[in-house]
Design a protein. Sequence first.
Length: 113
Amino acid sequence: VQLQASGGGLVQPGGSLRLSCAASGRIFSINGMGWYRQAPGKERELVARITSGGSTNYADSMKGRFTISRDNAKNTLYLQMNSLKPEDTAVYYCNAWDYMNYWGKGTLVTVSS
């Protein structure tokens, strides 16, 4: 499975961004996909996940602000991020799993005025 994330950039506090992750390869085997992030000097953390059955879960600090979704026809995962805060600044990584984990290269999100 190959994952290609895009959509990062510079946004002002309170603004919005939508990240995309295009999946290719053995995607029929995927049990779920998700977004993680890693801020400077911090460990990578879960942002949100969605299973093949459509169940979602979010990290507490993202609930109500971020929405994970997917378009199966396009083999693409999305993360809509609203009400962005400076502490959301991080490299965001796309993840997929079946019997192993797959990671894409990250996309940098910078929230700053």
